[in-house]
Structures are given as structure tokens and as C-alpha cells.
Design a protein around this ligand. Structure first.
Ligand SMILES: C[S@@+](CC[C@H](N)C(=O)[O-])C[C@H]1O[C@@H](n2cnc3c(N)ncnc32)[C@H](O)[C@@H]1O
Length: 293
């Protein structure tokens, strides 16, 4: 007993000053850098400083860059988000680099897919092979294994960086790269469930019909497809709007809106439309449940 407490005391004596010195050094380096930046900023005349700030705010790429670095600092301070994709990838699927939001929305989407399937009497775990079409960096897919532990999952997207991240980090699923237009590399009648979250919300009518035909080809007879659309806009059945941020996606990728009548009439040419559920994906997009005839 006596020897043990003597040892502890010796450790304390040497430990504290060493750690203390490390802390002092780290803080002072950071302080020097911050002080330098503040001095440079102050040396700029006020008349130039504020127009400069406004210019940075208006420049979307610079603004985005600053937003990503800020989110990374938050992640590092939080210390529990190492398993998530980088901030830029998170932003591309949801318009926000925030880690908590990314996890929360992904979980909600997974549960909302399950809820939509249950409305037609099915459970995710009852499918053998499930495709996440337009999986991005796996925001929804990363929560799916819990809901269907024995199903085989595939993910596909046109975003090569996101697919590479998924391949490295989500080892329960198979991933492949998609193309702007069909076909993709799956044989006919491959999947008994396909879900498509916030992809048909970005395609023009021509691409939409081509992809509906392709999804019909790779779905097994009787397969279910859960797909989301934005609710109708401007009183039109289908409304296409050039509104997406430049430089973030290809030019054909914009925003679209669908009425329920339009979905029943047009999606019904490719699949049987079982349900149209307003605002049922993350309380935002409409959910459409389709069945291959
Ligand atoms: C708004 S994000 C949603 C991503 C994911 N579904 C989610 O909910 O997190 C839309 C995704 O669709 C993908 N996408 C667009 N066109 C595609 C296509 N032809 N084939 C596969 N993915 C596509 C985009 O690259 C992007 O990752």
C-alpha cells in the first residue's frame, strides 16, 4: 500500500508541469495566429473592410468554403462524428454541412421508408435485395441495416466521390456508379425493393420517364418502389425550375414539383401507383409507393 501511494505521488509531481507546458505552448501558437489575422483585418481601412465582407458573403463558392471549414471545426470540437462523410458531401445531399442534422434526417428518412412500406402491408426486413437509387454519401442507407439485418443492400449514384466514400465506410452494401441517363449495370428483375429519396425532385420530364422505365426493368415482378417528389407548385402537374446552386451539380439537375394527379396518371404508365402520401418524407416531400405489375 505504502509503495503504491508513493508511486502515484511521483507521477503527479512529474506529470502536471509537463502537461501544463504543452497546454501553454498550444494556446500561445493559436493566439499568435489569431492575433496576426485580427491585426491584418484591422489594418484594412473600414471603408474597404465592409464591402469586402459583403463580397465574400455574395460569392457562393467562398461562402460555402467558409461554411464547410466552420462545420469541420464544430465536428472536431464535438469529437464524435469521425464515422460521417466530409462536410462537402453532406452539403451535396441535404444543403447543410451540419453533422447532427445529417444524422437526424438520415434516420428519419429510413423510418419514413419503413412507415410507407407498412402502409401497404410490408416491412423492409421482408425484402431480399434492396436498392438505394441516388444514395449519395449514404445519409439514409447507413441506417437501413438496423431495419433489415438480413437483406442485401446496393447503393448507386452519379457522384463518384460519394460512392468511393460509401465503398470505404459502409461495408454491408455493394456500390456502383450511375450515369446521367440509363441504362445502369444491373440485369433485369434484380431488386424486390427500390427506394429513391429526393432524386426525382431534380430530374426534367424526359430524364424522369427514362429512369422510371429503367427502374421498372431492374425491379422484379411485384417489387415495391418508394420514391419522393416535391408537392405541386404554381398549380401545375409537373413544374421544372432552374434553381439549383451553380457548380454543385450538373446543369440538368434542377428542382421539380409533381401534383398527385400527375403522379397517378404518368407514373402509372410504368408501375401500379399504390399510395401517394403528402409530406411523408421528413415531413417535407411527398412519398409515392409503386408496384411493378
Ligand atoms: C438530394 S440528393 C439525396 C441523396 C440521398 N438519396 C439522401 O436522401 O440522402 C440526390 C442524389 O441523387 C443523385 N442522382 C441524381 N441523378 C442520378 C442518377 N441519374 N443516378 C443516380 N443518382 C443520381 C445525386 O448525385 C444525389 O446524390
Amino acid at each position: 500500500m505504502g509503495t503504491k501511494s508513493a508511486l502515484v505521488q511521483t507521477e503527479r509531481v512529474y506529470d502536471v508541469p509537463t502537461r501544463y507546458r504543452e497546454v501553454v505552448l498550444t494556446v500561445s501558437k493559436k493566439e499568435i495566429l489569431v492575433g496576426l489575422l485580427v491585426n491584418i483585418w484591422r489594418s484594412i481601412p473600414e471603408g474597404i473592410r465592409f464591402p469586402l465582407l459583403r463580397l465574400v458573403q455574395r460569392n457562393k463558392p467562398v461562402n460555402r468554403w467558409l461554411m464547410f471549414r466552420h462545420a469541420e471545426m464544430k465536428d472536431r470540437a464535438n469529437g464524435k462524428w469521425d464515422h460521417l462523410p466530409p462536410t462537402e458531401m453532406r452539403y451535396r445531399v441535404g444543403g447543410s454541412p451540419d453533422a447532427e442534422e445529417f444524422v437526424k434526417i438520415g434516420k428519419t428518412c429510413a423510418n419514413d421508408i419503413q412507415a410507407a412500406l407498412q402502409q401497404v402491408g410490408r416491412d423492409l426486413s421482408s425484402f431480399d435485395r434492396i436498392l438505394d437509387f441516388g444514395c449519395g454519401c449514404g445519409r439514409t442507407l447507413m441506417h437501413m441495416k438496423e431495419l433489415a439485418p438480413n437483406s442485401q443492400f446496393d447503393g448507386i449514384d452519379i457522384d463518384a466521390k460519394a460512392i468511393a466514400w460509401c465503398e470505404r465506410n459502409l461495408n454491408f452494401a455493394n456500390f456502383s456508379l450511375s450515369k446521367e441517363t440509363p441504362p445502369i449495370d444491373y440485369p433485369p428483375n434484380t431488386f424486390d425493393c427500390i427506394y429513391v429519396i429526393s432524386v426525382f425532385t431534380h430530374l426534367d420530364e424526359d430524364y424522369q420517364f427514362r429512369w422510371l422505365e429503367e427502374l421498372q426493368r431492374i425491379a422484379k415482378p411485384g417489387a415495391l418502389v418508394v420514391l419522393t417528389v416535391n408537392a405541386a407548385k404554381n398549380g401545375q402537374g409537373f413544374f421544372f425550375e432552374r434553381s439549383y446552386e451553380e457548380g454543385l451539380f450538373p446543369v440538368w439537375y434542377q428542382n421539380t414539383y409533381h401534383s398527385s394527379d400527375y403522379v397517378f396518371e404518368n407514373f402509372g404508365k410504368y408501375f401500379e401507383v399504390l399510395k401517394h402520401l403528402p409530406r411523408s418524407m421528413n415531413a417535407h416531400q411527398d412519398v409515392v409507393v409503386l408496384r411493378k405489375r
